[in-house]
Design a protein around this ligand. Structure first.
Ligand code: AGP
Length: 575
């Protein structure tokens, strides 16, 4: 995933302003970055540093997460044509770039980078020798295979040309300027008006105008969408990390969501309930944390007799039989996860109905769905998804409630607050696991998805190996790894005898056990986080919040860059 920005403005803006916009997309990848304005081309390896007083009225910028070509300044975007008059940034992957590159090399183009993207600059240079820009773009849309959001600048022209297929691209209409970006976060503090690109559309953007075209070059009219976003949410405030800030917002965002499901989202929510009732088969498609939320959702639904299958989106087509009686529910915080998009494409080809539960308005996944509900968690800046998980799970619990799941959701926010008040106690436990190389988290039924999610959080931000598993699977092999001092987090729902016995098994082997439970009898036990709720549904969510805090404090103790995705530079393949 990469992030792109383009600005055309009536007034001067600084390179610092351009990079500030780019910084808001840093969560999309940050191994290298670069920008081009009317004065300079700059490229850097590493984290985006917001600086520079150069003034300009046009510019493009890119934050990279390498796919083709290693992490170097040369491979960072923007890329230039041979005569350096064409400048491009690209998010996506050009599948047939090798063929295009060979053809361009035959025409004497010289390539300097190892990327697929550089082909675009040379393609435009070659095309513009005897065609106008619209002809070159329509030709590009015909001849290229793959995914892209591309911004093109031509030296001395005060226009940006923008093209999109499958990678996200939006235009923000701001006072005095137009901003192109990979998502609305980039400009959500400046405007609430956006125009969304659909696949195989392109646009010509100037400082005070924009024109959209279809793939044949015909002008098309596009509606301006108004979005609602809490602007102050993007500030870190007094918190050391966004992750902690976002966990601290969980009580408020869950309240906002539950209110909206009974009010402004009520029509959509009722539609979802009807679709579930009418469908013969229900399959969730999601990845990572969103997958764990859907697994919890599937558990809730099973308790009230609604069969739902949960699949990791990247394996969707291998394990799902889809037809027109199937309801596919995509769960995604960003609404832009490519594996989920691919699963939905497959579901569409097989005539399934598609519903999505997302956090980012107007995201690709939302727009692929016939019905979409918003979890209203607000912007998640930290790469580790926390408040989005809480709202995804709360929404699914609310759905299960419609089918008879007994739960009082009115005090869920209060319960989250109570738990967050125990932060200091939880910090001590988090710091305990920071000393370890491996951590095991065990759960059963309701707490199995929670165990998986806590393990993911620990791995993702503290880089400690963590395995979240079903307690029942311990005896089938993994127990061999539990020895004196191995940390095990045991998730005990009420007085579930099976998980209690698994806990005893690991204790007998000398494991350092941390318990997260709602069982009153265990309240006083050493190294135990006691959660006050007898309800299964709420315990699933609250136990995850406790795990998020454990992961956070472990990572903080180790001095990890909590808010950032780990730099994967060394893992990149050079093609
Ligand atoms: C969670 O902390 C991760 N950042 C990751 O697993 C994430 O949940 C996954 O990539 C799916 O993203 P999505 O919800 O935006 O689709």
């Amino acid at each position: 995933m990469c992030g792109i920005i383009g600005i055309v403005s009536k007034k001067d803006f600084t390179s610092k302003f351009l990079l500030e916009r780019l910084k808001r997309l840093e969560y999309r990848g940050y191994d290298s970055y670069g920008y081009y304005d009317s004065r300079d081309l700059k490229k850097y390896v590493g984290e985006i540093i917001v600086a520079g007083e150069n003034k300009s009225r046009i510019g493009i910028a890119h934050t990279r997460w390498a796919t083709h070509g290693g992490v170097t300044e040369t491979n960072a975007h923007p890329h230039l044509s041979c005569d350096k008059d064409i400048v491009i940034v690209h998010n996506g992957i050009l599948e047939n770039f090798k063929e295009l590159k060979e053809e361009l090399i035959r025409k004497n183009h010289k390539f300097v980078s190892e990327t697929d993207s550089e082909v675009i600059a040379h393609y435009f240079e070659e095309g513009l020798r005897n065609k106008d820009i619209k002809e070159v773009i329509t030709g590009f849309l015909r001849e290229t295979k793959g995914t892209f959001a591309i911004l093109v600048m031509i030296k001395d022209k005060e226009e940006i040309y923008a093209l999109k297929r499958d990678s996200p691209l939006v235009l923000g209409i701001c006072k005095d300027m137009n901003i192109l970006a990979s998502d609305i976060y980039a400009f959500s503090d400046l405007t609430n008006k956006a125009v969304l690109f659909d696949n195989d559309e392109f646009a010509i953007i100037t400082k005070d105008n924009y024109k959209f075209f279809n793939k044949n070059g015909r002008v098309i009219r596009k509606p301006i969408k108004k979005f609602v976003w809490e602007q102050e949410e993007s500030e870190k405030q007094e918190y050391k990390h966004y992750m902690l800030k976002e966990i601290s917002e969980e009580a408020d965002v869950v309240k906002r969501l539950l209110f909206s499901l009974d009010n402004e989202q009520k029509t959509g929510f009722d539609k979802l309930i009807n679709l579930i009732k009418e469908s013969k088969k229900i399959i969730f498609a999601s990845c990572g944390t969103s997958y764990h939320a859907s697994l919890l959702g599937a558990y809730y639904l099973h308790q009230v007799g609604v069969e739902a299958q949960t699949l990791i989106a990247s394996e969707f087509k291998h394990f799902a039989n889809i037809d027109s009686d199937t309801l596919v529910i995509a769960i995604s915080q960003s609404g832009e996860t490519m594996d989920v998009i691919d699963a939905l494409k497959y579901a569409k080809e097989n005539n399934a109905k598609i519903v999505s539960i997302v956090n980012v308005p107007f995201s690709t996944i939302q727009r692929m769905s016939e019905l979409s509900l918003n979890i209203l968690a607000g912007q998640e800046v930290c790469v580790a998804s926390t408040k989005a998980f809480v709202n995804q799970a709360a929404l699914l619990l609310r759905v299960a409630q419609e089918f008879g799941f007994r739960v009082n959701l009115t005090n869920l926010a209060e319960k989250i607050k109570d738990l967050l008040d125990k932060k200091d106690e939880i910090r001590r436990l988090g710091e305990r696991i920071a000393e370890s190389r491996d951590v095991y988290i065990i759960g059963r039924g309701l707490t199995y998805p929670v165990a998986r999610e806590i393990a993911l959080k620990i791995k993702e931000i503290s880089y400690i190996h963590a395995e979240g598993m079903m307690g029942g699977e311990l005896k089938h092999g993994t127990i061999a790894l539990i020895e004196e001092g191995t940390p095990v987090i045991s998730l005990i729902n009420n007085n579930d005898p099976d998980i209690i016995s698994n806990t005893r098994e690991v204790e007998a082997r000398g494991a350092k056990v941390i318990i997260i439970t709602n069982n009153k009898d265990l309240e006083k036990k050493k190294n135990t986080i006691h959660i006050r709720t007898g309800n299964d549904g709420k315990f699933g969510i609250l136990a995850t919040v406790a795990g998020q805090l454990i992961a956070y404090y472990a990572a903080d103790k180790l001095g990890r860059p909590v808010d950032k995705p780990r730099n994967l530079a060394k893992c990149c393949t050079v093609k």
